[in-house]
Design a protein around this ligand. Structure first.
Ligand code: HEC
Length: 254
């Protein structure tokens, strides 16, 4: 049993890592590092709390460092230390060959209608009903409500500055859209955005593949009003102006 103390401690640490990796949505790297450090310290405290346990951990390490018969393994281990540090440094600084992420400039063709919570929604004709109140106090209320919806649901991916850098953003490919990019919201009609928010990645047409979008289908979680409110908010907060269908000759004339 004494012999197994060190391998068991390492195994325990590995199991904690494995379990944390199973958590969905994935835990961000920096939080992972923190948890693993806490797990490491806890295991160390456990090992050091008992004299004989601590000696059982020390013994194989001391033997490796001092005993003549272990000269070759010792050399290998000692050589690995600078190699590991070098590799970790290289991983951090090496230029990646992947192209930098660019905002999505080509938006898939929307369907003219889709099923929104069981009824037909006309993507080409519908306008944001909350804009009718633009001049009134209502508008500020709706904007405020939209802000709340955003920070409760969207911020984790699209970020608190709407730049697509939320806590979970790095876990997704494609990355969550940066709404401050002029290639996104300003290029889109609000009813198009409504369709994208309501149906998410699941609603993307075939032509949009190979997009494997993590964007949830919000019609399962939000009401129609909440979706219009959050749309008001993302336009306002990103400084974008919605496009109208008239501008490119499609569908609804206004
Ligand atoms: C789980 C992460 C995640 C959450 C949460 C999330 N999104 Fe997204 N969103 C994405 C990803 C990834 C994309 C990019 C791929 C795509 O267009 O489907 C995206 C794309 C979009 C687009 C399309 C933009 C364009 O230019 O085509 C809109 C609009 C959008 N999100 C709005 C929202 C709103 C509003 C919320 C909150 C109600 C939200 N998202 C919450 C991940 C997320």
């Amino acid at each position: 049993m004494q012999k197994l103390t060190l391998p068991l401690a390492l195994l325990g640490w590995g199991i904690v890592w494995g379990l944390l990796r199973l958590v969905q949505p994935p835990i961000p790297g920096s939080v992972m590092t923190l948890y693993m450090a806490i797990a490491g310290v806890s295991i160390l405290v456990y090992l050091m709390a008992d004299e004989s346990r601590f000696r059982a951990v020390q013994a194989p390490i001391l033997a490796l460092l001092t005993e003549d018969r272990l000269a070759v393994p010792r050399l290998i281990v000692l050589a690995c230390v600078p190699l590991l540090v070098g590799w970790a440094t290289f991983e951090k600084v090496r230029p990646t060959l992947e192209p930098p992420f660019e905002g999505r400039t080509i938006h898939p063709e929307p369907p003219s209608t889709f099923k929104f919570q069981g009824r037909d929604f006309d993507v080409l004709k519908t306008q944001n009903p909350l804009r009718e109140h633009e001049a009134e106090a209502h508008f500020a209320d709706n904007l405020e409500a939209g802000k709340r919806v955003y920070f409760e649901n969207c911020m984790f991916c699209h970020g608190d500055h709407l730049t697509g850098k939320g806590h979970f953003a790095e876990a997704f490919n494609p990355l969550p859209t940066n709404f401050r990019d002029s290639g996104t919201l300003s290029q889109l009609e609000e009813s198009y955005v409504f369709w994208r928010v309501a149906t998410g990645g699941r609603g993307l047409p075939r032509g949009a593949t190979p997009w494997n979008s993590a964007m949830p289908a919000w019609q399962d979680f939000l009401t129609e009003e909440e979706i219009w409110q959050v749309i008001l908010y993302i336009y306002e907060a990103s400084g974008s102006e919605p496009r109208t269908w008239g501008e490119h000759g499609g569908g609804g004339g206004h």
